[in-house]
Ligand binder design. Structure first.
Ligand code: FMN
Length: 225
């Protein structure tokens, strides 16, 4: 008999976890990384996300062990395209990005050919990132979903093998947690939730706007900076 599938199954542990979850700073992550068996569970959970049209519009790239240091040259070259006069010390620092945690998993949104909107394919990649984090957390590992400058750098994208259909949804840094975490601000639900009625003004949370993007919305850059 197949194992039961869940759409509703009360789990106070899961609720408690979701209400307390936090990302951990990468400098607080230490070895060990998930082992092979744990990694498989994490990737299975990451690939079990809502996905309109069964397109599986994402794939995963695992960076562990020496692969993290082998990225050093690519990071240096990429940083030189951002800052051609970069000091050697700064280049060395950038080269170490992927060694800050014992494992990094790139979740890549890959535009599948088909009928479902690209926006929906991208959203599914975001869901994969979060499932990946939650699964790793449930196995006892800390995570942090980062993009940082190299995600949007063409030289770096090419160096790791991405093409024009690929966009990094996130690099998920994973390690064994060390030390405490502090809470951060969370949104006030009354500012972002509306129980709709014909007369209700929607609570859109616009008080959380910051300087940066301009409107009209066609100016929003879906593809990065
Ligand atoms: C797509 C995406 C990219 C992110 N990139 C960065 C990043 O480059 N640097 C950073 O400090 N936080 C980044 N974050 C935020 C962290 O993942 C994390 O959510 C944040 O530090 C808040 O902590 P919390 O997850 O505990 O709420 C990113 C989040 C998302 C969803």
């Amino acid at each position: 008999m197949n194992a039961p599938l869940y759409s509703g199954k009360r789990s106070d542990d899961v609720i408690d976890y979701l209400l307390k979850r936090r990302s951990m700073k990468v400098k607080q992550m230490v070895a060990p990384a998930p082992n092979a068996e744990e990694l498989e569970l994490i990737l299975k959970a990451a690939s079990r996300v809502p996905d309109h049209g069964k397109m599986f519009p994402w794939y995963f790239v695992v960076f562990e062990g020496d692969a993290r240091t082998q990225l050093g040259d690519a990071l240096k070259q990429a940083w030189l395209t951002e800052e051609p006069d970069a000091a050697p010390a700064k280049l060395e620092l950038e080269a170490e990005r992927f060694t800050r945690a014992p494992m990094v998993i790139g979740v890549i949104s890959r535009m599948r050919k088909g009928k479902n909107p690209q926006w929906e394919q991208m959203l599914s990649a975001g869901a994969a990132c979060q499932n990946l984090c939650l699964a790793a957390n449930a196995l006892g590992y800390a995570t942090n979903w980062l993009t940082e400058w190299y995600t949007y750098n063409d030289a770096f994208r090419t160096a790791i093998g991405l093409d024009e259909r690929d966009h990094v949804a996130g690099f998920i840094y994973i390690g064994t947690p060390e030390g405490e975490m502090e809470e951060r601000d969370r949104p006030d639900l009354s500012k972002i939730v509306t129980h709709w009625s014909p007369d209700a003004a929607l609570n859109k949370g616009d008080e959380y706007d910051k300087d940066g993007f301009d409107f009209p919305p066609e100016k929003i850059k879906f593809w990065g900076r």
